[in-house]
Each structure stands twice: as C-alpha cells, then as structure tokens.
Design a protein around this ligand. Structure first.
Ligand code: FAD
Length: 227
C-alpha cells in the first residue's frame, strides 16, 4: 500500500504496482518500526540476543548474564524485571538519565551492578553475543542485552488522509491516535469514523487482545446497520 485517499464515502488505496482498490472501510495493520540505539553490532543481534521484553524472551535467557542498556527512564524497571529471571543483571548507564538515589537503592537491593560509561559496540563470538564494549575499551562479558526501542507506527502512506503518527503519551514512540475501538476521526461510509487502525499501529500495549478481537466485530456491526 503506497497511499490512501478519500473519494466520497469510500477510500481508494494505491498499491505499489499502481493498481487502485476501493473499499468502504480501511483496516490498516502495517505495524511499526523499532528504532534502535545506534550502537555497532546491535541491530544485527536484534531479536536474537538483543531483546526488549521480559515476557517475550525472558524465559530463553533465564540464568544468563544479561545487560540492560539505559537510553531512557524505564531501563531501571526493565533491569528489575529481568532480575526476576536471572541473578546476573548489570545496568549500563549509557545515555540514560542520571539514576536517582531511590533507583540506585532498588538496583543495589537486587544485586544489579551499575556500569557507567557509553557503550560503543556489541561483541560477538561464534554467532553469539559475548559482551558489551564501552568507549573506554572495557569489555563486559554478557550473553544477552536488553534495549528499549522507540516504537514508530508505519503511517507514511496515510498522510494523504490527514493522518500521521503523534507522540505516544507514555513517551515510548509515535502512534496513531484513535478512540477506544481503534477508530480514527476520519469520517467514512455514512458518516461513521470508518478508518480503523489496529495492532502495532497503536503501539502494542494500547490494544489488548480483547480490543483486537472487537475490531472485526465493529466492522461487521457497521455493515449490519448499514444494510
Ligand atoms: C524481536 C521481537 C520479538 C517479539 N516477541 C513477541 C512475543 O514473543 N510475543 C508477542 O506477543 N509479541 C512479540 N513481539 C511483538 C509482536 O511481534 C508484534 O506485536 C506483532 O507482530 C504486531 O503485529 P502487527 O500485525 O501489528 O504488525 P507486524 O507483525 O509488523 O505486521 C505488519 C505487516 O505490514 C506489512 N507492511 C508494512 N508496510 C506496508 C505497506 N505500506 N503496505 C502493505 N503492507 C505493509 C509488513 O510487511 C508486515 O507484514 C515481538 C516483537 C519483536 C520485534
């Protein structure tokens, strides 16, 4: 999908090959882009041993040597979460905000070591993450690294509808603002807000499973009412 436009009550979608399709409603599920910190070797390990979520990957790295890379305020919380899964967690302060006394106490209470300094690269041996190199040349042996990406909804193709991603209230990236049912304010068929965004477009945690299930129902209900 390259672009979308409104024509009367309907939407016209232009595909990459120039073909145009028409629909009464649009359900857009083009996901998001994970913007990662610019650290040599990090992107290549993304989704393997560079991770972002204790619930998605925590079990696989249980009891391993984990390093949490601070780039924003939630790094301390992330370190504490991963500490539930392994006793060997360190926090690299990197470009994160200065730790408060309370945060330092929380980390100390859980034996999470704080390593000051900017991270330069991710070290790899035999296709496995083996350590984290700081700018001063120190290498800290690690088996997995946790980062928090910026989540940016893929929305370029929606600009022609006047929709663009805006900053998420939790500061985790840019998302497409909708109502609780996933509807944007773009009016469509019979004046209903007909353009619907779903999945990671809304930045994951705003759409719980229940709501995702409601979206097809909502489209169906609108069709029933229309007929
Ligand atoms: C490393 C990693 C591990 C994860 N592990 C877990 C896990 O264990 N459990 C869990 O619940 N979640 C996990 N997640 C999150 C999960 O992957 C996402 O929440 C989920 O994939 C979101 O689905 P989506 O359909 O919104 O987007 P996506 O899965 O990103 O799908 C979007 C699709 O749209 C396509 N697309 C993009 N632009 C266009 C365009 N212009 N036109 C047409 N098509 C387009 C893309 O090619 C893609 O196929 C993980 C995420 C990552 C990055």
């Amino acid at each position: 999908m390259r672009a979308a436009a409104q024509v009367g009550d309907a939407f016209e979608v232009t595909l990459d090959d120039g073909a145009i399709m028409t629909a009464r409603r649009l359900l857009v599920a083009t996901g998001l882009v994970d913007e990662l910190p610019n650290i040599r070797g990090l992107r290549e390990r993304w989704g393997r041993d560079v991770l972002h979520c204790p619930y998605c990957h925590g079990w696989e790295v249980r009891d391993q040597a984990v390093g949490v890379l601070a780039t924003e305020p939630r790094a301390v919380h992330m370190a504490l979460l991963f500490r539930q899964l392994t006793s060997d967690v360190v926090l690299f302060t990197h470009t994160g905000p200065e730790l408060t006394d309370e945060e330092s106490e929380e980390l100390a209470a859980r034996d999470i070591r704080i390593i000051a300094g900017v991270v330069e690269s991710i070290e790899v041996e035999d296709d496995r993450l083996s350590g984290v190199r700081l700018q001063d040349g120190t290498v800290v042996a690690r088996q997995a690294v946790v980062v928090t990406p910026r989540f940016v909804a893929r929305s370029e193709m929606l600009r022609s509808l006047g929709i663009k991603a805006t900053p998420h209230p939790m500061g985790i990236g840019d998302f497409i603002a909708t109502d609780a049912m996933g509807r944007t304010s773009v009016p469509g068929d019979q004046g209903w807000p007909s353009f619907i965004a779903t999945g990671d477009q809304l930045v994951q945690r705003r759409t719980e499973a229940g709501q995702r299930r409601q979206i097809p129902q909502l489209i169906e209900h609108q069709d029933v009412a229309r007929q």
